[in-house]
Design a protein around this ligand. Structure first.
Ligand SMILES: [Zn+2]
Ligand SMILES: [Zn+2]
Length: 327
């Protein structure tokens, strides 16, 4: 097999030939057909996450077909199309696992961060954390759903049932969640970098009721806001835009420092919360509804060997929607 390997933090990924691996008990081997590129991959490469492990193969929005089944794998078949998400393993016995909050597991493994991921031609995965994807939709179109979609979904659920939803940072996750929120009958308010007319037009094309710069006050107060961009400066702006009792959800795994803010922005029972990882139930809830929601993912495909270019383009905001690597 081949993979784009991060040998050392803050360096380019290297095209590497690796020995073919065989799945152990409870594991599957997946021949990869597409893997989305997520902002978290940038945080991995940049060493912005705690306890980085190198060498590592990044990538946690994997779509492919099972080409080997390890012993004791149940409910999956050879040749089946599956998705492999960020949550790659949980311990099953810690207090968080025991109370159905496995997203907070004390001893987890994360795909593309603490176990090898999908910037490769094949991956070994814990079978319990693979989602059957069925046959509707192309591999490339489905890949961004595995993290941008799933984490976005969990963020939207945690944002509550309010009608007016603000999305700060209109990249891969927001472009999916805007469509989900619209499908649910909500109004989406999209916040981008100031004067980024292209992305604001993109948001409106996906049904956003309004799009503007991050520092603007929307025409209606927000019931909740989700911050997808990794910029702490957005927290006081989002708190300012939500109504009394509203909630601001920070959806990213990493964010720059939040500036000092006057207490009155939090006053009147506004809430500031974060979302971490996903549970398998989140994945099932979301993916079961995907066929009805008719989400159209906007993707830019790159050959696997051009993973560094895809990461650079993501960093520079060179495309709308999501980048997807194709082996
Ligand atoms: Zn656990
Ligand atoms: Zn991700």
């Amino acid at each position: 097999m081949h993979a784009m390997v991060l040998q050392k933090l803050n360096t380019a990924l290297e095209w590497t030939e690796l020995p073919d691996r065989h799945p152990g008990p409870g594991e599957i081997r997946v021949k990869i057909s597409a893997c989305g590129v997520c902002r978290t991959d940038l945080h991995v490469v940049d060493g912005e996450l705690p306890n980085p492990q190198v060498p590592i193969v990044p990538g946690h929005e994997i779509v492919g077909r099972i080409d080997l089944l390890g012993a004791d794998v149940e409910g999956l078949t050879l040749g089946e199309r599956v998705g492999i998400p960020w949550l790659g393993h949980t311990c099953g016995v810690c207090p968080y696992c025991m109370e159905h909050r496995e997203n907070l597991c004390d001893r987890p493994l994360f795909t593309g961060y603490t176990r090898d991921g999908g910037f490769a031609t094949a991956v070994i995965a814990d079978a319990r954390f693979a989602f059957p994807l069925g046959e509707v939709g192309t591999d490339v179109a489905l890949a961004p759903l595995l993290c941008a979609g799933l984490i976005g979904w969990r963020s939207l659920v945690i944002a509550g049932a309010g009608k007016n939803i603000g999305l700060y940072g209109f990249g891969a996750a927001a472009h999916i969640i805007a469509q989900v929120a619209k499908w649910q009958g909500r109004s989406v308010f999209a916040f981008t970098r100031p004067s980024d007319g292209t992305t604001q037009a993109f948001a409106r094309s996906l049904g956003a009721a309004w799009a503007g710069g991050a520092a603007e006050i929307p025409p209606e107060p927000l019931d909740a806001a989700i911050i997808f961009a990794p910029a702490g400066d957005l927290v006081p702006l989002a708190l300012k835009a939500v109504r009394k009792g509203g909630r601001v959800v920070c959806a990213g795994i990493h964010m720059s420092d939040i500036p000092r803010l006057p207490y009155h922005l939090l006053w009147e029972e506004r809430q500031l919360v974060s979302v971490a990882n996903l549970t398998r139930q989140d994945g099932l809830d979301f993916l079961n509804m995907v066929p009805q929601m008719h989400i159209v993912t906007k993707t830019t495909s790159y050959p696997l060997r051009q993973a560094n270019q895809a990461l650079a383009d993501l960093r520079a905001g060179q495309f709308e929607g999501a980048a997807v690597l194709v082996p």
